[in-house]
Ligand binder design. Structure first.
Ligand SMILES: [Zn+2]
Length: 137
């Protein structure tokens, strides 16, 4: 079996990883039904590896991307500032997307992209309106 923490090989019977010191995966010997024990002399003591329950984890980077996306849309009321959270949202959503397999949060990333896209469109519109207003005196 291999260490769940660092992936290095742990010999059977050893309860701790010699590389990183993590606890070895639990091996439980299944109970042997009586009728199987002596009919062929075969050994049924095949060990079964019990997988550890998956740790609950949150993709905080993807969540930050989503929150920054929301901020980039809401901040349109403060002229010319929402481009900052919009760009940050894209960066966080991109980084968060790389961790989706491990930590989930794909929806947060997608929402982050959509909201930051809206934020950028709103930013461009406020700039255009400001230019029109300036040129019309
Ligand atoms: Zn290890």
């Amino acid at each position: 079996m291999n260490c769940e923490s660092c992936g290095s090989f742990i010999p059977d019977g050893q309860s701790f990883c010699s590389n990183c010191g993590a606890k070895a995966p639990v091996i439980i010997e299944p109970a042997r039904p009586i009728y199987q024990q002596n009919d062929s002399g075969k050994d049924y003591s095949e060990s079964v590896e019990i997988p550890m329950p998956k740790k609950y984890s949150v993709n905080y980077i993807a969540r930050a991307g989503l929150i920054l996306g929301i901020v980039s849309v809401v901040a349109v009321y403060i002229p010319f500032t929402n481009i900052v959270p919009a760009i940050l949202s894209i960066i966080f959503s991109l980084v968060g997307l790389k961790k989706v397999d491990e930590r989930g949060g794909r929806g947060n990333c997608i929402a982050g992209f959509i909201l930051s896209g809206i934020g950028i469109v709103l930013f461009i519109l406020t700039v255009i309106f400001a230019i029109i207003r300036e040129t019309q005196g």
